[in-house]
Design a protein around this ligand. Sequence first.
Ligand code: EPU
Length: 458
Amino acid sequence: MDRFVIKGGTRLEGSIRVNGSKNAALPLLAASLLTDQPVTLRDVPDLADISNMLRLLGELGCRKVAESIGSPRSMTVRVADESASHARYEIVRTMRAGICILGPMLARRGVARVSMPGGCAIGDRPVDLHLRGLQALGARISLDSGDIVATAPSGRLRGARVFLGGPFGSTVLGTANVMSAATLARGTTVIECAACEPEIVDLAALLSRMGARIEGAGSPRITIHGVEALGGADHTVIPDRIEAGTLMCAAAITDGDVTIENCPLDALMAAVDRLHAMGVLVEEQPSSGEPDPMRCSCRVRRAGPMRPVEITTQPHPGFPTDLQAQFLATLCLGSGNSVVTEKIFPERFLHVAELTRMGAQVVRAGPTVIVSGVHRLVGAPVMASDLRASAGLVLAGLAAGGTTVVNRVYHLDRGYERLDERLGALGARITREDDRAEVERIPLVETKSVAQPAASAV
Ligand code: EPU
């Protein structure tokens, strides 16, 4: 298994381009199941979760008919065979986002069998709202051997009013599922308390290019007028707002000066607001062409010591839970007490104990963490079994004195493409190692030969 070895203390400087968004690309790929025509996606990140989604689509009869490798990469997928309907446990357990094939499959094939995703390191992660939403469109849903089995009676869903609010707000992939399913339903669907995340707006943009009739995406009420069929489309994935926010934190925590290209500033208002309060400047740079707030160039640097702040995670446009760990790590070097409250996944604090091992002063009380800023973090071996928590540890390692080893970076590789190389290009001293060699050097038991005791006389 790979790990990162980080020698901290270098200011990051230079320019870096944000990749296409993982969380946008996953439901976009799933939407290719809604048509038998080719769907081309541009700026698809090269990540383990994307490969797993492509494996799942392959099992469901989809073929990759073209691909341009390199960065940014694009690919064209097309359904060749619509007879399969089973998203198996073996794939869904590697990637919870496998659930977002449920809506497209049900709408197009009238049947879907998807392994029920379990919890993960950040919490329980139920899918009750997805199922309630699809049931409102007329789907019959049952559970069989750990699989969700969904069918559309008479082969087609029907439009309905659907309320998607839950105890923690709306659901992003649930909204993606219901919106995708409603595109081919008979009649009009209104989703109330829909997720407003930019990834939903991007999905609506692709579906509209495919011929869907969608109004209101990006607001809490989305209206979808069902159509008879959808066609192919060519679409560029939005840049990854979480990667961009992570890079902003990397500039802040190292007291660096980084220009972030292809930056979805418009989708990061809450994070930028907190950075400003922390004394970090985020300045949009003049563009040579038509300005695009989702693809701009931003210079990020500190204006002085890092000030403490309060952060509460919320559904978009509030502060994103997927940036909580990175900001929490950054605030460990703030000049006072910060308060971070997690309102989407109240258990999402795997990084806290690991940051403490690096000298951070962090106290957790339920969904709230109090961070007392320290002057210095110290390198240590650390590990977190969650993607964003691992990103927080990498940031802490960049600023810490000495060497930090972040173990099991396959979690990071699920969401950040070659983060080691890309931070290295900004001056970070970070190398990727395979930790097996070292483990194998440690003997299983002491093998030194010992003298046998002489047989005792009888
Ligand atoms: N929830 C329910 N019932 C449901 C669905 C969700 O109660 O049926 C609750 C969840 O437990 C949570 C809240 O609603 O408390 C929001 O969950 P949501 O469904 O929005 O999460 P998701 O769609 O499964 C996506 C991202 C996550 C991100 C969340 C919240 C993808 C592939 N995943 O998950 O991203 O944290 O939205 O913004 O888009 C990540 O990238 O590291 C990541 C975990």
